[in-house]
Design a protein around this ligand. Structure first.
Ligand code: SF4
Length: 357
């Protein structure tokens, strides 16, 4: 059963770095203070009461947990220990930097209920990491993923396509390298330009050109498809729309409140589009949970196909796999799968993302 996640944002606390894209206070919507015990416990109690019997997981996001002084890490995890012991919460997850991971720390975290560690990998290209002020190397990310896995803890990798110096090739290579290192899942956050950051200064000075929404969706489709082929879960695409991110704070870049749906529905749209011809009038079946993906965000896939003179009637079929569609033609039913029957060429992605810098 998928757990309910109770999030706590630890907003830039403990981080001595200034990555060019980062304004943790804006992203988290928090003012920078660490949550007190009473706040942690009351929020967990409130979320538990609405969990409907699902397991409850506590998450510390936003900053670099393991860069905090040990006393503070201990203080944040301490109120959770009795709840873990009696089963009121099932596990803890946190995010941190790859260069703030070592075997002793991971073991200590594991002994305090941490079951998942997400790493801000961002890129596996040292040129991109350097241009983005990350202060660590790709090798540090590989070592951190392996270290976490060796202790039996799940390792996630956050990737940021479109950082300074990034290309479709280096984004894809970054994904390949986290797959090889054994990451259990990824989050993909295309780079956005947030007011007040170094990236905003570079953008304003004409020194940095972010991915547009369209370019970001194109690149993310390639990455999502590669992850699907590797059976690597992509647990989120795009930052959440919250009070901190809005038309005033996001100056540019690939940002949309439904970015994940734009990308996943783009895959289904491409799959259908590959197997229908101009003037076709066909019935397309999919798993019920994929109906909106096949139709596209605000029915954009259907409209695009209509522009090619293709008429689609959508229907659902519980027996289909979630990654499958079935097209009914005069001569029978034909099944197509997102993983095997859809191909993306990096050259096409380059053409569409020609202005990635
Ligand atoms: S390491 Fe994380 S918290 Fe620190 S500046 Fe970079 S993105 Fe922000």
């Amino acid at each position: 059963m998928k757990p309910v996640t109770v999030p706590f944002f630890i907003s830039h606390q403990g981080c001595p770095h200034t990555c060019v894209f980062c304004d943790q206070r804006t992203i988290s919507g928090a003012g920078g203070a660490l949550p007190a015990h009473v706040e942690i416990l009351s929020k967990i109690a409130a979320w538990r009461s609405g969990a409907g019997g699902r397991p409850v997981e506590v998450a510390f996001f936003g900053g670099s947990f393991t860069a905090l002084p040990e006393m503070i890490q201990d203080d944040l995890l301490a109120p959770l220990q009795p709840l873990l012991a009696c089963g009121e919460i099932s596990s803890v997850r946190l995010s941190t930097r790859p260069d703030c991971i070592d075997p002793e720390r991971v073991l200590w975290l594991k002994n305090h209920g941490v079951r998942t560690i997400e790493l801000g990998v961002q890129s596996m290209d040292d040129v991109v990491l350097d241009a983005s002020g990350r202060g660590h190397t790709a090798a540090a990310s590989e070592a951190a993923i392996r270290c976490i896995k060796r202790q039996g803890v799940l390792a996630g990798a956050q990737l940021m396509p479109g950082l300074p110096g990034d290309t479709p090739h280096s984004s894809l290579m970054s994904l390949e390298r986290v797959i090889s290192a054994g990451a259990d899942f990824v989050r993909i956050y295309p780079t956005i330009v947030i007011r007040g950051t170094e990236l905003a200064r570079r953008y304003g000075a004409g020194e940095y050109f972010p991915l547009s929404l369209e370019q970001g969706v194109t690149l993310c489709k390639l990455l999502l498809h590669r992850a699907l082929r590797a059976a690597l879960p992509v647990i989120r695409i795009g930052l959440q729309a919250d009070e901190g991110l809005n038309a005033d704070t996001v100056l540019a870049g690939c940002w949309h409140p439904s970015l994940g749906q734009l990308v996943s529905s783009g895959l289904y749209g491409d799959l259908v589009g590959n197997y229908v011809a101009e003037g076709d009038s066909v019935e397309v079946f999919c798993h019920p949970s994929r109906l909106s993906d096949v139709a596209g965000h605000k029915r954009s896939n259907l409209e695009r196909l209509a522009g090619r003179g293709v008429r689609i009637r959508l229907a659902t079929d519980m027996t289909l796999d979630k990654k499958e569609i079935m097209i009914k033609r005069d001569n029978g039913y034909f099944r197509y799968n997102l993983v095997n029957d859809l191909k993306y060429s990096i050259n096409e992605v380059y053409q569409q993302c020609a202005r990635i810098h």
